[in-house]
Design a protein. Structure first.
Length: 214
């Protein structure tokens, strides 16, 4: 009787490749890890930078409507929601990243919209306005000035805009924007701007004489 051929031992199943994680570091979802696909040039804002940024933003977050324009991992928009923002819109053109964002939003039951679209094209067709915007575009594409100019009509009065860029690059912002805070690491400059508050209409003081006409 012939012996059955011995089967070789099963090769170990390789771990899935192409996935990484980002972690929400504060608020109601603190410590939650979110899976994200690995993409060339994808560069989530580091924990230390985010902690500093959200300390700056703490008074502005409750009830804010936030836009994470070049969302990537979505960690800025989702961190804002975790810390008290009311709603967030996440815009990301990479289909795989957009799918991961939708999965993260579902996992957290977050009040967020995900748009799989080019950021500038989406802005051109957007009619909404926002209290808070995160702008961290792919560094290699040099989109800061174009995106900042396109944002102007989409901002509420007294809005906050976070801009991340290479450490040696200071993007030109629209006239009138006020630099609130900035910092640098070895690789990035991170800065928080504010749009001017609306000016009250001129009124007569009680002791001013009424205007006269001839």
């Amino acid at each position: 009787m012939s012996r059955s051929a011995r089967r070789p031992p099963s090769a170990p199943v390789p771990a899935p490749r192409g996935l990484g994680h980002v972690r929400i570091i504060g608020g109601r979802w603190r410590g939650t890890k979110l899976a994200v696909p690995d993409r060339p040039g994808l560069r989530p804002s580091g924990d230390r930078v985010r902690e500093t940024l959200f300390n700056w933003l703490m008074p502005a977050l409750p009830g804010a409507r936030a836009l994470d324009l070049f969302a990537g991992t979505g960690v800025l928009g989702l961190e804002a929601l975790s810390r008290g923002a009311a709603q967030a819109v996440l815009v990301e053109r990479d289909p795989g990243l957009a799918m991961a964002l939708r999965e993260a939003v579902a996992k957290l039951s977050a009040d967020a919209e995900v748009h799989a679209a080019d950021a500038l094209a989406w802005l051109a067709g957007c009619a909404d306005t926002f209290d808070l915007v995160f702008l961290d575009p792919p560094f290699a594409e040099g989109l800061w000035e174009r995106a900042l100019a396109a944002l102007v009509p989409r901002l509420e009065a007294d809005a906050w805009i976070y801009v991340e860029s290479p450490a040696d690059r200071v993007p030109t912002v629209p006239a009138g924007w006020i630099l609130h805070r900035e910092g640098r690491t070895r690789d990035v400059r991170y800065a928080l701007y504010r749009t001017p508050a609306p000016q009250p209409a001129a009124t007569l003081r009680p002791d001013d004489p009424p205007a006269t006409t001839e």
